[in-house]
Every structure is written in C-alpha cells, then in structure tokens.
Design a protein around this ligand. Structure first.
Ligand code: BMA
Length: 342
C-alpha cells in the first residue's frame, strides 16, 4: 500500500519506465533513463534540434508537442506520436494554428510548449512574440485542428503552465513574468481565470532562493500533479556562474486548495547537469522540465526534460520516494508560505 496517492489522473499502465538502479551513490530518488537522450539532433528534415517539449497519454499511446528549432534557427511547435513514450515519430510540418473562425493564425515563433488536458480539451501553452516575449495558448480536441485562444498575459512572460483541473471553478496558471531577453530574474506567480480569456487574482507563489542552484531565477516546469499531499511541481531553478547560467530541476508541493501557498520546497536540486547531453550542446548546462507522465496505480512518474537546448531526455521517480525526499529536505520561507498578495 503506497503512502501517498496521485489524484484525478487517468491510469497509464504503459508509463515509460526503467527500474531504479541499485547504485549507492544515488542519494536523490530521481534517476535518468540509461538510453538518454531519447530525441537526438537533426530529428527530422528541416529541424536541427528538439528539446523543452511536452507529452501526454493519448488513446492508449502518447502524443506530444515539441519545441523544434528549425534550420533557420526559429522555433515552432511540431506534433509527435509514440507508442511507448520513448521513440517518437514527428509530423513533417509544424502545427498550423487557426483563429476561432478557422483562418490561419500563426505565431511569429513558438517555444517551450506545455500540454494539459482539462475535462475533454487539450490545451497548449507556449512562449511567443506579442510585441515582446509573452505567452500563447491554443486548444484542440483531436490534434488535427488547433485553435488559438487570447494571449493570457501582457509581455513579458516566457514560462507558463496550466493546472490539469479547475480549482474553485477557475482555471489556474503558473507563470513567470520576465523581460524579453535572457531574464536575469524571475519568480513564479499564479493567475486565475473563469473562461481562459480574463486572468486575474494574481498571487506570488515562490521566488529564487539562497540555495545557490536556484539563486538567480526560477520558472514553472511540468504541469502540477495532484497528489494527496498537494500539487507536486517539478520546476527549473537557475544559478549564475562566471561561465553562464546553469539550469537544474527542483521540486515543490503546493497547497491543493490554495496553490499560491508552498507547503514543501526541496532545498536541493533533483537533477543538475552532469551527463554529456546536459553539459554539452547548443546551450550547455541546461535541464529544463516540461512534462511528466504518471500512473496513479503504481506511483511511477516519468519526467521529460530538455537537455542543453539540444535534446529531450527522460528521468524517473516514484511518488512515495519523491514526496518523502522533498518533505525531508524542505525549507520554506515567508515568501513561499504567505498567500502571495501585497
Ligand atoms: C530559457 C528559455 C529556455 C531555454 C533556457 C536555456 O530562458 O529560453 O527555452 O532552455 O533559457 O537556454
């Protein structure tokens, strides 16, 4: 009998998985897939790199939206299909978005997509140009037509993730207001909307920390997982070094009823760049989580993350172990635990 439960989430018996290695050096209960990276460079004609991408179970298999850096260097979102969540087949062309009337409506560029199912609709959330970096959104039911929604926020904001269900009747989104460049600051905020058009009731969730691995900025990662202990959030934390930024993966647990309150926040990173595909690439030293696939029956969680802005990699953890680890290593401060309004 497991200690904790994943709630309101479909069973995924075929969650991608590899057992934890019997490695005494593994003191953090997150382990990498031994065949990483799962998506290599030049994954399809016209695309140089795929990374920072989101996947979801779909019709007994998996579907995903992928940040594909084309050979002109401009990122767009491509669709991919997979039977096992590990080997992916990509559509040859980027996703064509339309407006509500079915007319073409393409963003100038699109990157770091997230993918969330709420009720019977799938939502894509990404970063795009809106007179500066900002958040774009679209919905689909069939992954054939993609209808753009109103841009939720004013510029600048480059990092947003929707919760997988409404809370108190409202859609909830985490985002990270920023500038339009390689933002040297940033906290995670929460916004609510009754209709995905009007967003408000903004709350501060959490900011950078004195722990050095997340001492420059943080940003949302995978869509939060609803658990019996709270919303389990894998996010990214950034450290500034004399040789550039270093992106690690962190973990926190937010209050179910009021997700602006951080119940537990792990003081150590869960993954930091140390493998060749994380340390070496278009941008070295980046582990950037964008999605999980998780199974409530077994507590298995597969974490998908972009590596070095060049590859997609996979890591695994297990619900009881990761929650206990986060709780045991948790340090929360006033900015985390307060309601987040001033
Ligand atoms: C961030 C985003 C990510 C990227 C990271 C490292 O600001 O742009 O897409 O992975 O920088 O380059």
């Amino acid at each position: 009998m497991s200690k904790y439960q994943i709630l309101n989430s479909p069973k995924v018996a075929n969650v991608p998985w590899q057992d934890k290695p019997k490695d005494a050096a593994l003191d953090i209960p997150v382990w990498r897939y031994t065949e990483n990276p799962i998506i290599n460079r030049n994954p399809l004609p016209g695309v140089a790199r795929i990374f920072n991408s989101a996947v979801i179970p779909y019709q007994g298999a998996f579907i995903g939206v992928f940040r594909a850096e084309q050979k002109d260097g401009i990122p767009f979102i491509y669709l991919g299909h997979s039977k096992d969540g590990i080997s992916w087949n990509f559509d040859p062309h980027r996703i064509e978005f339309t407006d509500e009337n079915g007319k073409p409506s393409m963003p100038v560029y699109a990157y770091d997509p997230r993918l969330v199912k709420i009720e019977d609709v799938y939502y894509l959330i990404w970063c795009q140009d809106f007179y500066g970096a900002s958040i774009g959104m679209a919905r689909t039911k069939d992954f054939k037509t993609f209808t753009r929604l109103e841009n939720p926020f004013l510029p600048f904001n480059r990092n947003a993730v929707l919760f997988p269900r409404k809370v108190h009747g409202n859609f909830m989104m985490l985002s990270r207001p920023s500038d339009s460049g390689h933002t040297p600051f940033g906290d995670i905020f929460l916004s609510e909307s009754p209709d995905l058009v009007y967003w408000g009731k903004h709350r501060h969730v959490m900011g950078k920390n004195p722990e050095w691995w997340e001492s420059l900025k943080i940003g949302g990662g995978a869509a939060p997982i609803e658990t019996s202990e709270g919303w389990l959030l894998f996010y990214h934390g950034v450290s500034q070094t004399c040789n550039g930024y270093v992106y690690s993966i962190g973990g926190a647990i937010l209050d179910i009823e009021d997700p602006s309150i951080v119940k537990y926040r792990c003081s150590t990173f869960l993954i930091t760049p140390e493998q060749w595909y994380e340390e070496r690439g278009f941008v070295p030293n980046v582990c950037f989580p964008c999605a999980t696939i998780h199974d409530p029956d077994t507590g298995k969680i597969a974490i998908y993350y972009g590596a070095a802005d060049s590859y997609v990699a996979l890591a695994f953890t297990e619900l009881d172990e990761i929650i206990d680890y986060i709780k045991e290593h948790s340090i929360t401060r006033t900015a985390d635990t307060e309601i987040g309004t001033r």
